[in-house]
Each structure stands twice: as C-alpha cells, then as structure tokens.
Ligand binder design. Structure first.
Ligand code: FAD
Length: 443
C-alpha cells in the first residue's frame, strides 16, 4: 500500500500510533523534534520517553490501570509489549527501566521499513496527507500556536493546577449532604462536606506546614490569582479558605443551628455522578500529603481518590468541542476544512497518564486506518475502558479538565452493588472487547 500518513510526536501516543499504522501497511512519516528542539521536561532525544515516574501503574484487573492494560494487551499494543520486556520488579505494578523501554520502542520502530523517522519540528497542521497529532502536553510553541489559532480557542490551562477527584461511593454521607449554594437550580447537584472549627483549624495548619512538590523550572513563574493552589491560599491567612473555596454561606445551618464553620463543596465530574471533584482545591502538594490532609475532613475519611491534584504545564485542546468519538477533528468544522483529515491522541486530547497516552494512540490510529481504508471509523464499545474514556473526552463539559481512566467512567447500571462492583465492571469490559475483537477476526 502506498497510502502515506503523518504522525506528529514520537512520545507514547505517537509511537504506538505509528506502529499500529505501519502494521496495517501505511507509509508512516513520524516526526519527533527532539533532540534538536527539547521540551522543558524531556531529557534527551529518545522516543517514548517517560518524563517523570517510571511506572505504568497497577496490573491487577480490578484496578483501573490494570484493566486498561489488559484491554490494550488484547488489542495488540506494541508499547505495552515493550514495557513488559523492560519491566523491573515492583510488586503488582508495571514499572520499567525507562532507558530500556525507550530503546525497545526505537528498535520496534526501526524494524518497520515503512516508518520514516524525521527528527524535525512540525509547526503547522497544514500538510498533504492524513495526520495524527500526538505532540503531548509540552507540544512546541509553534505547533501549539498553530493549533489553537486554527481552532479559534485559547490555549487551555497552560500552567495548570488540578484538583483531586473522589469516588462518590467512598464519601461518608453521615457527614456530607447534597445541596446547591442558596438552593439554586432544580436538582441538588453539589456534595457538601462540612468541618467544625477545631477540624478546620487543624486542616489549615497542616496545609500551611505541608510540603509541596518541587516546581520544575518551567513552573517557576507567577501563579494565576484565580487558580491558586489551596496550600498557597491557606498560607495567606487563617480565614482565607473560609472566604474562598470553603465558605459556608448559602449552605444551610449546622446541627447547632448556626452556619457551618467551613464547607468543602464537591462538583460532579461525570454525568453518572460516580466521581466528584473538590471545587477550588487545586494543589501541588505531594500525593501522600494530599491524602493525609484531605482525609481529615469527616466526610472524606475513607475517600478513594480517582485523581490527586497536581500542577504542571499541560497543553490540551477542548476535545468536547472539537473531536468526535474517534478522536478525529470533526470534519464539519470550519477549522478542519483547509487541512488534511486530522486525528489527535495522547495527553493533548485531555486524557491523562502514560497508559492512557498509549491507549489513545492505539485508538486514534485504529480509527484513522479504518476511515482511510473503509470510509468509516470503528469505535470500541462503551463498556470498554477505552470506549468509556472516549465518552468522557467528548461529552459536553464546560470545565473540561484532563483525566485518567478510572472505574467511575465505565457505564454503571442499576443494582450494581458496591461490594463486587469492580469485578463486575472489569469482567463486562473484558468480555465486550473480546467480542468486539472476535467480530473483526483480529485475534
Ligand atoms: C512534567 C510532566 C510529568 C508527568 N508525569 C507523569 C507520570 O509520572 N505518570 C503519568 O502517567 N503521566 C505523567 N504525565 C502525563 C502524561 O502521561 C505524559 O505527559 C505522557 O508522556 C503523555 O504522552 P504523549 O504521547 O501525549 O506526550 P509525550 O510523551 O510528551 O510525547 C509528545 C512528543 O511530541 C514531541 N513534540 C512536541 N511538539 C512537537 C512538534 N511540534 N514537532 C515534532 N515533535 C513534537 C515531544 O518532543 C514528545 O516527544 C506527566 C506530564 C508532564 C508534563
């Protein structure tokens, strides 16, 4: 086959995508700007470089990342194979020697004669063949400017602090209640977690003393006033949080007949309301410290965090506005008219995490191949990890923020008991993917 495609970015998503496209016979031009042009976080010119931790997280299928990896294995992910080969002992997690991992990916790429690796920066989406953009959260300025100019959208959350997300069924409702501030709206959508004076005082003191992660050089710039990390607010004064994200007014009275002393509000993160985020609690505290401090809140004593807060530069597009469920830039949009058919993958889509980058790389490449070869895309079922992650990426969301895959994204059904929930959802996801594969004779 002589069909040419272009992949921008030789990171996790781009390498998986290039390999998938090459294995289906496409002539792939893979562009990686390093080592000629570096990002602030990568270290050298290696492909598929893990910028921070060296772990792809848990393996067991009743953990979210374990299930996602099991799905990617069924689907024939090349990068997961390399990760397994580069694994180092780390209990029930897939943790790798990052240099060996990169070398294995580079070897795999070199084994495909139909992949041409260009060590060049791409600065525009213009081109003469279908394109898959996987330039990551640290996409070069020129390319990011071109993308955001075309989309007519501001660069999103360039230096971004994100707030933790809690699994709803881990919240203790003996100490929490549903209510919107001033009872506005038709349904009570917010979960409120009150603190008494003593707990608030201890909470603020802990936040003031807590250790934050060391900011990387590119984070050492002024913080946005409207998006201050919660520990920074606490340091500005004892009352700051009570006048900010923990203000108790408009939320009724406590058991003593007076206003609650302080309240943390949680806002639904997904339509199913299986996940809630801590409103205004963006933070860059160390993850262990976050858990220790946030579980001081009575309603969150046993909280399970689907995502913890963090702060880093994070360029991503507003996927709900621009992408369809197959990660293609919606062809009916004006911005898609003067460029070749374009797909996005990796962190730039608003998916968060290494395994998710590999998963979106696989998925965008699969749909790109199906569209070019057969004229239509071929999404994965909603019950699968990747299918449910896609729904999260493209469902309407005014405050779209990056997210990891987690069990809260899988469609839940009535009568799903808390006890075996994960086993049931995991089994259903695996079955859905096996059937999907069998129907396509892909095994
Ligand atoms: C500082 C930081 C730390 C992170 N730590 C973790 C972590 O510990 N665990 C985790 O699961 N996730 C982490 N993430 C989130 C995310 O999982 C990783 O960023 C992941 O590498 C994303 O994969 P990707 O393929 O989308 O992007 P990347 O792996 O970053 O790949 C993008 C590639 O595109 C190249 N590129 C960029 N612009 C151009 C251009 N114009 N032309 C050609 N090439 C270009 C880059 O050099 C890079 O190689 C972190 C993110 C950041 C920013």
């Amino acid at each position: 086959m002589n069909e040419r495609v272009r992949v921008i970015g030789g990171g996790l998503a781009g390498c998986e995508a290039a390999l998938q496209l090459a294995s289906r016979g496409f002539q792939v031009d893979l562009y990686e700007m390093r080592p000629n042009r570096q990002t602030p976080a990568h270290r050298d010119g290696h492909l598929a470089q893990l910028v921070c931790s060296n772990s792809f997280k848990a393996l067991g299928i009743t953990s979210a990342h374990g299930l996602l990896k099991a799905e990617l294995t069924l689907l024939g992910s090349y990068l997961l194979d390399c990760a397994r080969e580069a694994a180092v002992p780390a209990g029930d997690s897939l943790t790798v020697n990052r240099d060996i991992f990169s070398e294995l990916v580079e070897k795999k790429i070199a084994e495909f004669p139909n992949i041409t690796l260009h060590r060049e920066e791409v600065t525009s989406l213009e081109g003469d063949c279908p394109t898959l953009v996987a330039a990551g959260p640290l996409a070069s300025d020129a390319l990011a400017d071109d993308i955001f100019k075309r989309l007519g959208s501001n660069r999103l959350h360039f230096f971004d602090a994100i707030a933790p997300v809690v699994e709803t069924d881990s919240i203790d409702f003996d100490h929490a209640f549903y209510m919107n501030r001033w009872e506005k709206g038709e349904t009570a959508d917010f979960i409120n977690c009150p603190l008494d004076k003593e707990t608030y005082t201890e909470f603020v003191n802990k936040l003031c003393e807590a250790e934050a992660t060391e900011p990387r050089p590119f984070e050492k710039r002024e913080l946005f006033e409207g998006c201050l990390p919660v520990e920074e607010m606490a340091r500005r004064g004892y009352e700051t949080l009570r006048h900010g994200p923990m203000r108790p007014i408009g939320l009724g009275l406590g058991n003593n007949g007076h206003l609650w002393y302080a309240v943390i509000q949680l806002r639904a993160e997904n339509k199913q309301k299986t996940l809630f985020n801590m409103v205004g609690f963006q933070t860059r505290l160390k993850w262990g410290t976050q858990k220790e401090i946030f579980t001081m809140v009575p309603a969150l004593r046993n909280a399970k965090f689907a995502r913890l807060g963090c702060m880093h530069r994070n360029t991503f597009i507003e996927s709900p506005k621009f992408l369809d469920k197959t990660l293609r830039l919606r062809p009916e949009l004006d911005c898609a008219k003067d460029i070749p058919p374009t797909w996005f993958a990796g962190q730039i889509t608003g998916s968060e995490g290494y395994t998710e980058a590999v998963a979106t790389g696989w998925y965008a490449a699969w749909n790109m191949a199906q569209t070019i070869l057969h004229g239509h895309a071929d999404p994965l079922p909603d019950e699968s990890c990747i299918g449910s992650l896609m729904n999260r990426l493209v469902e309407e969301n005014e405050d779209f923020q990056p997210m990891n895959f987690n069990f809260g994204l899988l469609p839940h059904h009535e009568g799903l008991k808390k006890k075996n929930k994960k086993e049931i959802l995991a089994e259903r996801a695996e079955r859905a993917v096996r059937e999907w594969i069998a129907a396509r004779n892909m095994a």
